[in-house]
Ligand binder design. Sequence first.
Ligand code: GLC
Ligand code: CA
Length: 577
Amino acid sequence: MKKIILLLLILLSMNSCKEKTTTQTEPTTDNSTWWKEGVLYQIYPQSFKDTNGDGFGDFGGVIEQLDYIESLGVTMVWMNPFFESPLVDNGYDVSDYRAIHPRYGTMEDFQEMLDGLKSRGIKFVLDVVVNHSSNQHEWFKQACSSRDNKYYNYYHWWPAEKGKPPYRHSLFDPEGAWDYNQATNSYYLHTFAEAQPDLNWENPKLRQEVYDIMKFWAEKGVDGFRMDAFQFASKDITFPEWPEGHEKDFIKWYGMRPQLHDYLKEMYKEVIEPYNVFAVAEGSGSTLKDAHDLVDEDRKELQTAYHFEYVDMSRTPVGYKLADFKEVFTRWDKSFAEKGWIAIFLSNHDNARLVNRFGNASPEFRAVSTQMLNTFLLSMRGTPYTYYGDELGMTNIDMPTIEEYVDIEAIGRFKKAQAANADMDEFMEVLNYSSRENARTPMQWNDSVNSGFTIGKPWKKVNENYKEINVEQQDKDPKSVLNHFRSMVKFRNNNKVLVYGDYQLLQAEHPEIYAFTRILDDKKMLVLLNFTNHNSSITLSQLNNINETLINNYETLNIDNDEITLKPYQAVIVSIK
Ligand code: GLC
Ligand code: CA
């Protein structure tokens, strides 16, 4: 016999996702630090806001939108590179680490932007791209002139008299990671594109240059550093012949050489400690131990890292299984429960949009599913990283033909697939779904031409759904994705249990609902997330002990004793006894 359904109509006053702050004082926790307790917002500067009509976002645009950024409740901003660069990889190829690319503005504009953020209590995290430089950097230009040049050893070389170097996988170049230079009769190494030669971290002079660059920016007031591609910085400089197929697991083979830890300890002493800044590594090696070795406090290396395990699970339109997703997050949380700290993210400039990969981008469900994913992101242990536009539910764009692509990674993948005689229709389908360009479209500010991003011609086409998805419209709507995001950030900022509390997964095998508790002293919260586009139920003893509904992206909660039925992509947080 069917149970009698008790429909608890919980009208959360005006706003369905209104947050409630608890009245009790928060438990205090040792070693609390801003980079653990805050919420980070990532800005891809060329796509955020253009103020001079050249079609590229600029510092002026960030300055203009400081109040908007503050309104999100975020406490840190990480901005992708804006340094002098030939822009082969959109700025991840730096030709002068102390100069700003003119399309973003001047050093004065940078300072104004930084001061504007800081006066609003928002810390600034700089992207440090020092696994490689641009081939247009003065160091590399000089290094290429002769083996006697003092910059020659700032890079990695294979002298041609030893023959051809053993094959080494490149992440962007289908022909491999070595390229020949005539003047020095040697091959230089590039883990990424040909125009991104790897810097030689084994050379103490190069390391000192890097620390000096970091100090330069720390003195300007930067609070933290995001270390780009850092796991590759140190190398086995014998460059041995690797076993066949090693490139499928290239991090294991090329990343995390033992001496990297000596360099990080050195960096900590030189920069991190004296300037009281923090550093987050992009990537965390290939094991949990690797990650701990980078970030555990007593090692005095980096403070935190982000890993790619769950991002890697949805690289094709086939999608992912919720049980696997839960397993990854739970394993990482468990490993970091006592020691170390990690970042939590679901999207960034190197991945397709969050709602397309983990939610449901159809017009019917994109708002609720983004709200659900943002609830997840902001209720896990670890520092949440939100990528610009995900606070609105911005989606992928449709780019079915290769001619539309400008990203070096996409073009490299295309050439590689072609060379391997792959089914190119199938390849394009995957590329269209997964390419990084999906996440680089202009910010959708309003429904005016070019979504209010620029009065000129945008460097990249605006997603055609900007009339339905934009800041102006969502700002007015208390139930919007944007206002849900704001509520969730505020809720996290006010509830340390979501930052530090123990995490316990409930019903790991439930294929549709992700349920977990967060507990810190007497504060207990239960988080319930329906990852599907239909109603789904779960039975949990904790449901008998509900105190109060704190977050809900629907108007109602359907609870019958110890069973709850969640609506499509419903996201709920309740406090429990
Ligand atoms: C990192 C960046 C990516 C860049 C690459 C090379 O993975 O996030 O955007 O292309 O490094 O610098
Ligand atoms: Ca501009």
